[in-house]
Design a protein around this ligand. Structure first.
Ligand code: ATP
Ligand code: MG
Length: 909
């Protein structure tokens, strides 16, 4: 039996023999496409080739692509764990042809690989073809059917509708029919028992008759008005689920029973002491009778699974699948540089992790972090195929553990809140939790409805689901309105690809190739693509250039520039009057120079951090603008002040050496690695890359840099902080920004000096002031204590008794803190029952205090807190407190005597 790793290799080998370039997987987290957060199919990384903005050579490619389907168009999250063939993160094996072979080639190769190479039984394979769409005037895909007819009998070819068999990149853009290969993996017993043919079960959600490979034939382009035109280059795009393929080849009936997942599931069983039941164990009679069928002693350990109490077994299975799956999704995201956070892609990752924690908590009894303990197994299994996992194991573990711990605390809080709500419902005689509360639990504590329902049900309550859905809908609408962007079609003025000249020029003659209108939140602007541009589009953390587009007739501001599909898109508020005219594109060079200096400084900083903190330092994000720079990196403790100084010194040394940029463009990827250039995990690189070297610092980088380090001027770290578990952030300034900073500091210092008569020894003078201040404070405290002592002794001589109760009343001058001290001392000194009411004045403000012994509260039902509210009216104030002690402030000192008397009156002694 082939192992998963062997199967992955065999795919690559097969397509390599068919003249395909074998390329690496793109990162799973997408950083430069506003329309997509995660790679959800193999074709994502070829979008710009398909759209015609990137060179299609080599025209045949193949790979295995890390995909994540948890948001947007493809969201399988809710299925995961409950079924056995949808994952959040999975590998998609794919082969592409960009204007090379088309339908026949793709179908023949797929068949040859599955049947001739891998020996899948052709009788179990079914294929679908697009049935056509009369209203769109697209005929049935007879072509595909004809080529399939070479390999399979007619009754294994099934017509499919638009939903299953017509692929579209988005609302607009490339699209075309597709053809899926399904496998009937039922056991002979199941086939016999069901009475249905495999054909009848295709696309019917049967867990044993599933799609494994989809061949997409892109031949149309959909325009904004919905109409179709012919695509200028036909494209083959195929995707096969790796885990599903492995399952078929290993003769399993669940993806989780293959060697892709079993090691992780075994680790889960070891940690929890619970048993996972495989498909075979579920369907075969269990346990095996002693002495029969047990032909190997290794098996005997399995024949007595720990008792799990019937229905619990299925929840345990689901929970173990969820955790095994989600662990992969989360670990791969972190390795690709996407940490859990509270926004966008980071939030999606956080939600996946929390889903796993909930299942582990509820069904596997894991009240403490659990997933992080599975990381070593995952790395052991997949670290060779995906070295990014191995290199960052420590970071992955640390981030997952921290997230788990913090969510478990939230979970506890949420459960506490739900318990309170249920107590209240019990008291009020209600049986239904209202949907608004259920939604709040979902929104703030990450409790999905089913968890809230589960806990409620266990306690005999129901949840108002309708209300919950209304709240959910409201929130979705809020999100949608905030994000709605509308693009009109590109208006093509001229054909051709854009040439980027920004590394060498800041001004350049150009024409507009195409433009379109974009509407976002009622704001309208235009996006322009020029035939040649010096503008750097926002990418890799460096902000886009600004500037103007001008000619004799007019000048148009370019308010931003971003990188999309391998080209710079310029953002303008209005179109030129004559868009076909010739223009000069001019970059604002002050801003550009400042950004460039900051960018170069991040390279030096990266280098210095590695030198001083160690090789584990990996860049985890950066932001570079004209006025600041930010650099995130992996490191597991606070960077000390001394280390920060060392880093600053090293960077400033390199600045003073005025090292000239040593730049290499269009270097083949492998050659660049040999140059010693540092590539980032989770970054997408083309076949040819740019390498930027400043002395010992050498990185893969497409950004704009200073021509030499001296241009940075000076480098100063402003702050060092933590952004997430295992990730530190440094913010720093350079050049003129440092100069400004120095002036601000200088002015501060001058102001402080002037407070101290410009004393020479400023530190000494301030230290003396602080010492004096401390001494004085101590003296005042002693003085106040004496005043309390005197007042106490005096008041003790004034005790009177009313109906056997010792009473003290008096109006005195004293500061509030001392009064509090005084009444507590009196209570300790006087025999109960005891009641005292003290009116006090301090700096023109009145205060009323009531103090009594506990027996007056217990036996006489007195309550100082309530009495003071009434009595304080006489000093035009209010207050409160405990039953035995209360205080109130007010405005009218003249009312103090009356207020004190009022207390005695209210006490009704
Ligand atoms: P399904 O109908 O099973 O959800 P799909 O139509 O969404 O599949 P495609 O978008 O055509 O699938 O993706 C190509 C291939 O990727 C599928 O044939 C399948 O083998 C695999 N695949 C799709 N989604 C998943 C998933 N969530 N987990 C594992 N493999 C998947
Ligand atoms: Mg799907």
């Amino acid at each position: 039996m082939m192992t998963a790793n062997e199967i992955r290799d065999s795919f690559k080998k097969f397509f390599e023999q068919k003249q395909h370039a074998i390329v690496p997987s793109a990162p799973m987290v997408i950083k430069d496409d506003p329309t997509l957060m995660f790679t959800n199919a193999g074709m994502n990384q070829w979008k710009d080739i398909i759209l015609g903005t990137r060179d299609p050579e080599p025209r045949r490619r193949a790979d295995t692509q890390k995909c994540l389907r948890v948001s947007g168009k493809h969201n399988d999250l809710e299925e995961v764990g409950h079924d056995t063939y949808h994952h959040t993160m999975f590998e998609m094996l794919g082969n592409w042809s960009f204007g090379d072979y088309f339908k026949e080639g793709a179908i023949d190769m797929a068949w040859e690989y599955l049947v001739d190479v891998l020996k899948l039984n052709p009788e179990d394979l079914y294929v679908t073809v697009f049935e056509g769409s009369p209203e769109e005037n697209i005929p049935r895909d007879d072509e595909a059917a004809k080529y399939w007819g070479k390999h399979v009998p007619e009754d294994h070819i099934i017509n499919g509708n638009k939903h299953d068999n017509f692929w579209e990149m988005g609302d607009t853009g490339p699209c075309g029919p597709c053809s899926e290969i399904h496998v009937d993996s039922r056991t002979p017993e199941q086939k016999a028992a069901s009475g249905k043919s495999g054909r009848e079960l295709v696309n019917q959600d049967d867990p044993q008759v599933i799609e494994i490979w989809n061949l997409v034939f892109m031949q149309f382009n959909r325009k904004a008005d919905g109409s179709l035109e012919k695509l200028s280059m036909n494209v083959i795009d195929t995707g096969m689920g790796f885990e599903r393929l492995v399952r078929m080849l290993q003769g399993k009936h669940s993806n989780y029973d293959t060697d892709v997942f079993q090691p992780i599931i075994k680790a889960e069983q070891d940690i929890t002491g619970l048993k996972y039941t495989t498909f075979e164990e579920e369907t075969l009679p269990q346990p095996l009778p002693a002495g029969r069928g047990v032909d190997s002693s290794e098996n005997s350990g399995n024949s007595t699974p720990p008792s799990q109490g019937g229905a619990g077994g299925e929840s345990i299975n689901v929970a173990m699948r969820v955790c095994a799956d989600h662990l992969r999704a989360v670990a791969f995201s972190i390795a690709d540089g996407q940490l859990p956070s509270n926004a966008k892609a980071g939030y999606v990752i956080r939600r996946i992790l929390r889903r796993a924690v909930r299942y582990a908590y509820t069904f596997l009894g894991q009240k403490e972090g659990f997933l992080y303990k599975l990381v070593p197994t995952l790395v052991h299994e997949m670290g060779d195929a995906f070295p990014e996992l191995k290199a960052q194991q420590q970071l992955i573990t640390k981030v997952i553990k921290e997230e788990e711990d913090s969510f478990l605390r939230t979970l506890d809080k949420g459960i506490g809140m739900l318990n309170d709500a249920m107590d209240k419902m019990k008291a009020d005689g209600k049986t239904e939790l209202d949907g608004v509360q259920a939604f709040r639990l979902f929104d703030t504590y990450g409790f999905p409805l089913d968890l809230t329902e589960l806990i409620c049900r266990e306690n005999g309550f129901t949840v108002n689901e309708e209300q919950f859905n209304v709240e959910m809908q409201k929130q979705k609408e809020r999100a949608r309105n905030a994000a709605a962007v509308e693009n009109s079609d590109w208006v093509e003025l001229a054909a051709g690809e854009q040439q980027f000249v920004g590394y060498d020029y800041t001004e350049y003659n150009c024409h507009i190739l195409r433009y379109r209108k974009v509407t976002q939140k009622k704001n309208e602007f235009y996006e322009l693509v020029l035939d040649a541009t010096p503008f750097y589009g926002e990418m890799g953390g460096q902000v886009g250039d600004r500037g103007v587009l001008c000619n004799e007739a007019e000048t148009i501001d370019i308010i931003d520039a971003k990188r999309e599909n391998n080209q710079t898109v310029h953002i303008v508020k209005q179109l030129p009057k004559d868009p076909t005219a010739e223009f000069m594109a001019c970059v604002d060079t002050d801003k550009r120079d400042a950004s460039a200096a900051n960018h170069t400084a991040t390279h030096l900083l990266d280098y210095a951090l590695k030198q001083i903190l160690g090789d584990h330092v990996e860049q985890k994000g950066s932001f570079v603008s004209p006025d600041t720079l930010r650099f995130d990196f992996s490191h597991f403790e606070k960077v000390s002040d001394e280390q920060l100084r060392e880093v600053e010194r090293m960077v400033n040394d390199m600045i003073r050496q005025d090292i000239h940029i040593d730049e290499h463009r269009d270097v083949p990827f492998d050659e660049a690695k040999q140059l010693g250039a540092i590539a980032l995990f989770g970054e997408k690189y083309g076949d040819k890359v740019r390498v930027v070297r400043f002395g010992p610092s050498c990185e893969f980088c497409g950004g704009i840099h200073a021509t030499s380090t001296g241009r940075i001027g000076f480098f100063k770290i402003i702050s060092e902080s933590s952004v997430a578990a295992g990730i530190r952030r440094i913010e720093a300034k350079t050049g003129k920004e440092c100069e400004d900073l120095l002036y601000v500091m200088e002015d501060h210092l001058k102001a402080i000096k002037s407070f101290f008569n410009n004393a020479k020894d400023l530190e000494g003078v301030i230290r003396k002031y602080i010492e004096e201040h401390d001494t004085m404070r101590k003296e005042i405290e002693a003085f106040n204590a004496q005043a309390v002592e005197r007042a106490k002794n005096y008041l003790l001589t004034e005790i009177r008794t009313i109906n056997g109760v010792n009473v003290i009343t008096r109006v005195i001058d004293m500061q509030p803190a001392s009064v509090k001290d005084l009444v507590f001392q009196l209570r300790a000194a006087v025999e109960p029952p005891f009641l005292c009411a003290i009116g006090s004045k301090f700096q023109g403000k009145p205060m009323l205090s009531i103090m009594m012994s506990d027996d007056l509260v217990k036996d006489h039902g007195l309550n100082a807190g309530q009495m003071i509210r009434e009595a304080a009216k006489l000093i035009q104030g209010g207050g409160g407190g405990q039953p035995h002690y209360a205080q109130a402030g007010g405005k009218n000192t003249d009312g103090l005597a009356a207020a004190v008397d009022k207390v005695i009156e209210l006490s009704n002694l």
